[in-house]
Design a protein around this ligand. Sequence first.
Ligand code: SF4
Length: 250
Amino acid sequence: MDGLLFDIAEASIHDGPGLRITVFLKGCPLRCRWCHSPEGQSARPETLVFPGGTRLAGEYWSAQKLAEYLLDKKELLDGVTFSGGEPLLQADFLLEVLDMVEDALPSIIDTSGHGPYDKLKALAEKAESLHFGLKLLNEEKAKLWTGQGSALIIDNIRRLDKECATPYCFRLPIIPTITDSEENLTAIANLARELNNLTSVDFLPYNPASGGKYAACGRAFDPGFDENAPTLLDLETFRKLCPVEARVLE
Ligand code: SF4
């Protein structure tokens, strides 16, 4: 079957251990106000308009073509990361790809966790590890800032932790005064204490270039928070609450 990709990053070093290829799958059920990949949200191809020209975001690839592309580079790589957008939206396509590459290339699934549990589990069972891109655990605040509540995500993580041994980390974007509030960080540390297969909580500094692609998508960037506010994250305090390694990634 075909999947819709909006980018492939070769020689990626930020999406997991070693040198990897990151495949970006198009379409996401969330609408994070700070999303720095707005062209990954729509589940259809779209034309980005830049001052110097246009670029198509979204190309259909067969599972066979993507698997062959990845296997062709396997000697040079430590693994492949499937990101988005939201990989769970194209789980059947991704399962086909994983069936073909899993023996040759370790894979990471980078997901918000918002999607059908059976698909999440099927992907997790074929992956080396997962990155859960957590944002806000409070249901109403999650709806306000990401367009979707957090209940499904939290349920999926708790269930997967009981039913699948694949390790995973949390990756939390530091959105000043929003995701780094004491309430949110305490909730994340409390959730972490319930889990067995969580390996680390990784904080991702806010990307000040987040708004750069909105104009190309024909949209206004209106994050609704002060992008220049200092973070409320106190890593040492968080480490005292959190049962696993906590770190800020570069
Ligand atoms: S989950 Fe990721 S891709 Fe989806 S809207 Fe949020 S930041 Fe963007």
